[in-house]
Write a protein that binds this ligand. Structure first.
Ligand code: ZN
Length: 210
C-alpha cells in the first residue's frame, strides 16, 4: 500500500515549503484567496464568507475524523442468512482531490454474508466516512468494499458508484451529461454469475422514487 507513504510525503513537503502560512488562520487564508481571485474581501457580502467557507470545508471533510471500525461497532450481528444483501441508491457527495470540486451520485453496495451481517443503516454511514474526504472515485469505491470485507469477512462484496464530477461539468471539457461508473468486486463477486446478479438487481427501478 503506497497511500500512507504518499500522504506523509505530501504533509512533509508542505511543511518544507511553508512560507509562514502555517501561522495564519484558515479564515485569513480564505480572505487572502478572495483577494487573489480579484474580489474585495472587505465588501459586505464577503465579510462572513471566510468563516462560512471554513465551516463548510470542515463539514465536507469530516470523514478524516471518523473511524469506520467505530461506526460499525455494535452493528455487526451473527446471522445464518447467506443470500445477497443489497443497499442501493445511497446518495454520495464528495470532493475530488484534484480540483477540490464536488462529485456526487449514487452508490450501490452488496455483499453475501458468511455468518455475520451489518446493520443496514450503518452502510450509508460507512459510505459517508470515506466520501467526506478529498477523494478520487476509484479509491472511494475500493475503500467502501475493503471496509466491509474487513468488518465481516463475507463471501464477497460488490460496490458500484455512478457519479458526476463538477470538475468535468463546469470547467475544461465541459462534458455536462457524462457520468463516471466505477466498481470494486471482492471474493465471490469476482465470479461472473454473482456480479451479473448484483448489477441486474441494481439496475432495476427501485422504490427509492428516483
Ligand atoms: Zn477533479
Amino acid at each position: 500500500m503506497s497511500q500512507p507513504l504518499a500522504v506523509s510525503k505530501a504533509i512533509h513537503s508542505a511543511t518544507e515549503i511553508d512560507d509562514g502560512l502555517s501561522e495564519a488562520s484558515t479564515q485569513a487564508i480564505i480572505r487572502e484567496l478572495l483577494g487573489r481571485l480579484g474580489e474585495n474581501p472587505s465588501r459586505e457580502g464577503l465579510l462572513a464568507t471566510p468563516g462560512r467557507v471554513e465551516k463548510s470545508l470542515a463539514y465536507l471533510t469530516r470523514g478524516y475524523n471518523e473511524n469506520p471500525t467505530e461506526i460499525l461497532r455494535g452493528a455487526l450481528f451473527d446471522e445464518d442468512y447467506d443470500e445477497m444483501v443489497i443497499v442501493k441508491d445511497i446518495e454520495i457527495f464528495s470532493l475530488c482531490e484534484h480540483h477540490m470540486l464536488p462529485f456526487f451520485g449514487k452508490v450501490h453496495v452488496a455483499y453475501i454474508p458468511k455468518g455475520k451481517v451489518i446493520g443496514l443503516s450503518k452502510i450509508p454511514r460507512l459510505v459517508d466516512v470515506f466520501a467526506r474526504r478529498l477523494q478520487i472515485q476509484e479509491r472511494l469505491t475500493r475503500q467502501i468494499a475493503d471496509a466491509i470485507q474487513h468488518a465481516i469477512e463475507p463471501q464477497g462484496v460488490g460496490v458500484v458508484i455512478e457519479a458526476r464530477h463538477l470538475c468535468m461539468m463546469m470547467r475544461g471539457i465541459e462534458k455536462q451529461h457524462s457520468s463516471t461508473v466505477t466498481s470494486a468486486m471482492v471474493g465471490c463477486f469476482r465470479q461472473k454469475e454473482t456480479r451479473l446478479e448484483f448489477l441486474s438487481l441494481v439496475q432495476q427501478p427501485g422504490t427509492s422514487g428516483m
